[in-house]
Design a protein around this ligand. Structure first.
Ligand SMILES: *Cc1c(COP(=O)(O)O)cnc(C)c1O
Length: 234
């Protein structure tokens, strides 16, 4: 399958999932995760009309950004080391992995230097898997209180990664819980604005995520494929 075929197949599956739960397709945005792909594929993705690309490792993220940034909107979706914040803030429009105070402070500082506001998702480790980044659900609210005092950070939503399950249906409780946490965050009025988005759903489970309220899907292999240049070890 080429990119156009994959894109129309994914579009079809998104429409079907929306149909099942009575949502409008317009509520759902796709980020093409290009972390496994070559520069050439990034270029193809951006010229195919997908406006959003996601990268998870700062080194590759930077070179792809430098080459192609005027062509799209850039999402940093991976674990972000504090000493790499300077390479991302002011460039990538969204950071999906805000998960600790040290990172929050560094983003705030670098964004203040640039007089920029950074759109962030707070990453929550809903499943509790040791291999996953993110705050525990219990830690979310006090962390959000801290973030709400930052002038240069705008929390646009929550992000999670579900465990890989052979039966995608098994991921449903994880997505449902992230949605509940977002609603609770809003009910507590921690931020002076509504926290709108849910960044959840990957190749293996995006239809379930849609049914549970996802607004941003992060799609790698199902959409852009995987190329041998980078193995799948992230
Ligand atoms: C790699 C990655 C994705 C995409 O993974 P696929 O299973 O290939 O769709 C999404 N989100 C994050 C945080 C990732 O690291």
């Amino acid at each position: 399958m080429n990119l156009q075929d994959r894109l129309s197949m994914v579009g079809h599956r998104i429409r079907e999932a929306c149909g099942r739960c009575g949502r409008s397709e317009e509520e759902i945005q796709i980020i093409a995760v290009t972390k496994y792909t070559t520069m050439k594929t990034v270029e193809q993705v951006l010229s195919s009309g997908i406006g959003h690309v996601g990268e998870s490792r700062t080194k590759e993220a930077q070179s792809k950004y430098e080459t192609f940034h005027p062509l799209g909107t850039w999402h940093f979706i991976g674990h972000l080391q504090t000493n790499k914040v300077k390479d991302i803030v002011g460039k990538f429009e969204y950071i999906h992995s805000l998960d600790r105070l040290s990172l929050m402070k560094e983003i705030e500082k670098k964004a203040a230097d640039l007089n920029a506001v950074v759109n962030c998702f707070i990453q929550v480790n809903v499943s509790g898997e040791k291999s996953k980044q993110g705050l525990s659900p219990e830690a979310l609210f006090s962390f959000a209180q801290e973030v709400s005092r930052m002038k240069q950070i705008r929390v646009v939503g929550l992000m999670t990664m579900a465990p890989y399950e052979l039966d995608a249906e098994a991921t449903r409780p994880v997505f449902r819980e992230l949605r509940r946490l977002r609603d609770e965050l809003n009910a507590k009025d921690i931020f002076s604005y509504p926290v709108q988005h849910l960044s959840m759903g990957m190749s293996n489970d995006f239809e379930i995520a849609i049914e549970e309220g996802a607004t941003w899907l992060r799609l790698g292999s199902v959409l852009v494929g995987e190329e041998p240049i980078q193995r799948r070890d992230a």
